[in-house]
Design a protein around this ligand. Structure first.
Ligand SMILES: Nc1ncnc2c1ncn2[C@@H]1O[C@H](COP(=O)(O)OP(=O)(O)OP(=O)(O)O)[C@@H](O)[C@H]1O
Length: 232
């Protein structure tokens, strides 16, 4: 058995400033957080506190102004790093889930998931088989051939989660994945993310406003004004 790394994601002393109309917005100030294998980590905080900016930096979609992002034992991002060069890393190590499922409307559920693999040159047959297995495991085995418009909001979000899992990422980043769902479906999606962390030993980091599911999390960082005000 291979040893698991101590941390999958380590954000170290990250700050992010956006120039904005002659002034500077300090979206993040000296933030450090981590997520290890099998951990479900929450990020909460009021609007504008820096949660999404944190996720974009951890997801290698934005650069920090100061500080570093480490994936496993490698420093991958710091001021001046080349975000384009991180594309392969984003595709293989990271999985993203957003507030809206953003499925491609003219592809079936299984085609949406398989696409995450075929764009990386996985042969179509193998990609579709893998997509079916994932959708089946997420309770959507009966919806493989359905178009997104025929799926409920919760089902669409589960397809989006299957798509994020397709490349077997070590780190899954979710930005308000339950915002568009009712409370029962929200709970189901959060429980699914908990299960994914447990079963796959992935690190799962979720930005959420949903206070009712926080019992499922290993650690919750509360952001306030670009800083971590509390860790519980
Ligand atoms: N590209 C940008 N340019 C300028 N300012 C930005 C940019 N992105 C974010 N900000 C500012 O940085 C601060 C943090 O924004 P962020 O979106 O990270 O907050 P949030 O906690 O995710 O908010 P919400 O819960 O409303 O999504 C805000 O003041 C926001 O206006």
């Amino acid at each position: 058995m291979t040893a698991l790394p101590a941390e999958i994601l380590s954000v170290r002393n990250v700050s992010k400033a956006f120039p904005s109309g002659g002034t500077v917005v300090h979206a993040l100030s000296d933030v450090s957080l981590s997520a290890g294998p099998g951990e479900l980590i929450g990020i909460v905080g009021e609007s504008g506190s820096g949660k999404s900016t944190m996720l974009l930096i951890a997801g290698l979609l934005e650069l920090p102004t100061e500080g570093e992002v480490w994936l496993k034992d490698t420093k991958v991002s710091a001021p001046g790093a080349d975000l384009d060069a991180m594309r392969a890393l984003r595709r293989t190590v990271l999985g993203f889930v957003f507030q809206k499922a953003n499925l491609i409307p003219f592809l079936t559920a299984e085609e949406n998931v398989a696409l995450a693999l075929t764009i990386d040159d996985v042969p179509r047959r193998a990609a579709v088989d893998h997509a079916r297995g994932l959708l089946d495991a997420l309770g959507l085995g009966h919806r493989l051939g359905s178009m997104p418009a025929r799926l409920s909001g919760g089902e669409q979000q589960r397809v989006a989660i299957a798509r994020a899992l397709a490349t077997d990422p070590a780190l899954i980043l979710a930005d308000e994945p339950t915002a568009a769902l009712d409370s029962m479906r929200s709970r189901q999606v959060m429980e699914l993310l908990r299960l994914i962390a447990d079963a796959r030993h992935s690190a799962v980091v979720v930005v959420t406003h949903d206070q009712r599911s926080l019992d499922l999390f290993d650690r919750v960082y509360t952001f306030h004004d670009g800083r971590i005000a509390d860790t519980a």
